[in-house]
Design a protein. Structure first.
Ligand SMILES: [Zn+2]
Length: 330
């Protein structure tokens, strides 16, 4: 293993404890021994290491992603010959979308400008956009799109595996669901052959995930989560149990419940203690007088044992920062 490869693996293993890191090291060595030589390439090795980290410590990757997200920044380094470098540490999907937008504008400009190469055009467009100058070109419709893939059970928080972004690789499921619920994101169903895992058909419809998740929560819970309240879910507020930025929650079915306006306001009122577990449907409210009321929602269908041969549907998301998603809405 060369130094660069070792550094990439170390970055992947950094969030886990020392004892888990030893276990990852042992499993990685075992796995690389079974695979072809291309598995030893730094990028592939880092990918295999990240799969093993997920298996050894499922929460580590999400914790590391949150820490990395908190470290986002813009830096400026002055170089020689009157040149400087400005760079930004951003979430991968945001950086990819931003670069794709600059790249698409530069490529469009190049059609009528042979005096500047593509690198120079991208640098000029980048500076114009940041400085609020007119770059002399509009953004092409298909620019700034990133492709996120994940199995439907991961989209619905029933699993934590399988999410990846084209050109970037695997990303934590909680972060993938956060991207998915961006109001500009569009999702599309891709039916895969259970035997091969390859796509065999595309769903005809596309959906906006935010409204789909809201509808799923309404269908699942059917009424306000406060035990004695029967207010229909469709007339309730969509309440995040935990906020992504403040409490590390995410916009997902396992972090939401309907709460009528009155009980939404009561949630944080002095003396009231509210608890709702969206995954299991248990709810409790303790009043200022110390009386606790509890409830458990009924499932929509009688649960059945899972059938091991059933491959879940996969969904593909096309996330757009440039408003180009309309072509998927028809
Ligand atoms: Zn209520």
């Amino acid at each position: 293993m060369d130094r660069y490869g070792a550094e990439r693996v170390l970055n992947v293993v950094a969030p886990v404890s020392d004892s888990d890191a030893l276990e990852v090291d042992r499993l990685l060595e075992e796995k690389l021994g079974r695979l072809s030589l291309t598995a030893w390439q730094p990028r592939n090795m880092a990918w295999h290491a990240s799969q093993i980290v997920k298996q050894v410590d499922p929460g580590a990757e999400t914790a590391a992603a949150r820490m990395a997200h908190e470290g986002r920044k813009v830096t400026l380094d002055h170089g020689v010959y009157a040149q400087s470098r400005i760079s930004a540490d951003l979430p991968s999907d945001v950086a990819s979308a931003a670069f794709a937008r600059v790249d698409a504008m530069a490529r469009k400009l190049r059609l009528g400008d042979s005096s500047r190469n593509l690198d120079q055009l991208r640098a000029d467009v980048f500076a114009d956009l940041l400085l609020g100058n007119d770059p002399g070109v509009t953004v092409p419709q298909s620019a700034a799109m990133v492709y996120l893939h994940m199995p439907i059970d991961t989209a619905l928080s029933m699993s934590e595996t399988g999410a990846s972004i084209d050109g970037i690789g695997p990303i934590p499921a909680t972060y993938a669901r956060e991207i998915m619920t961006n109001p500009k994101s569009i999702w599309r169903k891709v039916l895969c052959d259970p035997a091969t895992g390859n796509p065999v058909d595309l769903g005809r419809s596309s959906y906006r995930p935010t409204s789909t998740i809201r509808t799923l929560v309404e269908v699942r819970d059917r009424m306000c989560v406060v035990p004695w309240c029967r207010r229909p879910a469709r007339h309730c507020d969509f309440d995040h149990q935990q906020q992504w930025t403040k409490d590390h929650g995410s916009t997902a079915v396992d972090n939401a419940g309907p709460r009528c306006r009155k009980h939404h306001r009561l949630k944080n009122a002095p003396g009231w203690i509210n608890h709702y577990d969206p995954a299991h449907g248990t709810s409790s409210v303790t009043t200022p007088l110390g009386v606790t009321y509890t409830d458990k929602r009924e499932t929509v269908l009688e649960p059945r044992p899972p059938e091991p041969d059933n491959e879940p549907y996969w969904v593909q998301f096309r996330c757009s920062e440039a408003g180009s998603s309309s072509r998927w809405c028809s």
